[in-house]
Design a protein. Sequence first.
Length: 260
Amino acid sequence: MSSTARMLFDNGSHKVLCFDQLVTGDGVQSNQFLIIDDNQHALLDPGGDLTYMPLSLALSQHITVRDLTYVFASHQDPDIISSLDKWFLHTNCKVVCSTLWARFLPHLSAAFLSKASGVSTTERMVAVPDRGQDIALGRSVIKVLPAHFLHSVGNLQFYDPVSDILFSGDMGASMVDDAEPVTDFASHLVSMEGFHRRYMAGNKACRLWANMIRELKPAMIMPQHGRPFVGAAMINQFLDWISNLECGMDLMEQADYRIP
Ligand code: FE
């Protein structure tokens, strides 16, 4: 295991770090991100018990962990946010998530934690409405984009306008062991196809999302698992593929709903 961060962007006052080697043994490879702007810090999709210790140690090399400003959660899954109680206990962070999950995520945190800090769990949740919003971070913002049904019913993605990176959560995720940029889209497909067919809810959501991203024109699409897409040519190949993919509900038939 290496706690070395991959620096995705650094202009002095704004930094984006990727921790891609913290999950070892069981559990799918996953990427965690720290965005620093001025004196504020945001951690994206920190994961669960599996990553909490190595991640907090790695963070402490870059920031005072207690001062963490935000934890952003793209959705409610264990590899995304099941370490919520520990971040609440050991830092002063607020947790940004979909309004659909803001009422459920407090189940991950014991009530005594919020009593001890004098701030209720609810007050530490930032519930993002379905259409998304901007969240101020230092002198910049993080744009919280709607990505519902990709794959969770209340699903968010995070765009950092300074680094021009879109953090796409499970969209574009690949089942590989590293986070090196994709170089050959055709051969990369095998590591994405099965996952997207089953975990994404349907072609309509993929297509509408891809239209939004074509307008956004990020320099990089960085998923939570596996390899990023860098540059317009590679990103467009991914958007064209996902726009045409039949997945989720598109593929369901009566045979899939039979009593076993
Ligand atoms: Fe998930």
